[in-house]
Unconditional design. Structure first.
Length: 146
């Protein structure tokens, strides 16, 4: 049986320094799965704690525009009597689009740093008492292939 390996690609790889390392904070069960299956587990974006995971720049722009319009000082007097809702149906479309993006896209989170860099924030987000940190030179990960 011929095993096919996928080539790993990094966005903006030319900007990544040769001595950079990828850190992954995972529990022991996911680590053992990673070792034995030689595969990575990807979570759906809507399963992340961050409700905005996967949002596009266009969606961020429209959400900020909506916020600025609705909170403009010209509407201070009106807000005492009614709600100001800018962009109407477009806002619903933006939220619907984000839900679709999150449902059909997946991620596997790593932290890029140097050999001795660890992230307390990543430990807090992705670990529990039986967690470990994986540290791989990013070029080494590419050479493993999955």
């Amino acid at each position: 049986m011929i095993e096919k390996r996928n080539k790993i690609k990094f966005i903006n790889e030319e900007l990544i320094e040769k001595d950079s390392y990828l850190w992954r904070y995972i529990d022991l069960h996911k680590f053992l799965s990673f070792i034995f299956s030689k595969s990575l587990y990807f979570s759906r974006l809507d399963k992340f704690e961050d409700r905005k995971e996967g949002i596009s720049l266009n969606q961020v722009y429209y959400q900020n525009l909506k916020f600025k319009i609705e909170n403009h000082p010209k509407f201070d007097g009106i807000r005492k009597f009614m709600t100001v809702n800018a962009l109407g149906i477009d806002t619903n479309k933006i939220e619907d689009d984000l839900r679709v993006i999150q449902r059909f896209n997946f991620a596997n989170c790593w932290f890029l740093g140097n050999e001795k860099t660890e992230s307390v924030a990543m430990w807090n987000l992705y670990s529990n008492p039986d967690s470990i940190a994986i540290k791989l030179n990013h070029y080494g990960l590419k050479s493993i292939g999955f």
